[in-house]
Design a protein around this ligand. Sequence first.
Ligand SMILES: N[C@@H](CCC(=O)N[C@@H](CS)C(=O)NCC(=O)O)C(=O)O
Length: 223
Amino acid sequence: MLTIWGRPTSARTQKVLWALGEIGIEFEMILASGTMGPDGSVDKGNAPYGIVDTLEYRAMNPNGTVPTVMDGEFTLWESNSIIQYLAMKYAPDSMYGSEIETFASASRWMDWEGNVFLPHQHTLVMNLVRLPPEERNPDEVESARQALLTPLRIIDDQLARTPFITGDRFTMGDIPIGMRVHRWFLFDLETPDLPHMQRWYDVIRQRPAFLEYIADPALHLSG
Ligand SMILES: N[C@@H](CCC(=O)N[C@@H](CS)C(=O)NCC(=O)O)C(=O)O
């Protein structure tokens, strides 16, 4: 059985859980983290789940981050690479239509999620959720909100042209973008009208694996 080390409040872990759910792979999850534990963030004085600093874990993932997966003898870290591995190995049809071009297109959106969207959303997570209230900075929230308006419009423009992020069908590319857009709405910040993104969000949030691993606001707003 596949094993995943991670924590339910980790955006990167959530993406992999969503992919596992979409594909229908059985797995065991081991709670692991250096920054969060059952009661919340170490920034607020709570104990972490741990494991990530052990020699055994570092041998699998030298970064000491989550998620990491072990599938038989094979271990892998980097959330979007894990999703691509799972898609290629177990579900090329449902995750990218078994087409190299669709795989590449989805993979491009996955890179973009990490390079363009995530850094500003990380600022929001820290300043709206994780940091103790006295360390939060409203100016950083506002500049991150404004910085995200351009990527949000890029998503909306794409979804004006295609029903899903890479074309006519749901692919692995919808997973990272879907998780980020869900967080965006949960933070309840001032948002321009983005009707195509909203239409797509209303569709993907009905998917059973989204409902199981992503939907719950507590997974994104507590820490
Ligand atoms: N690029 C890596 C980043 C991994 C990462 O930074 N994960 C965060 C959680 S989202 C982490 O490990 N935080 C520290 C911890 O929980 O110990 C990936 O996508 O897997």
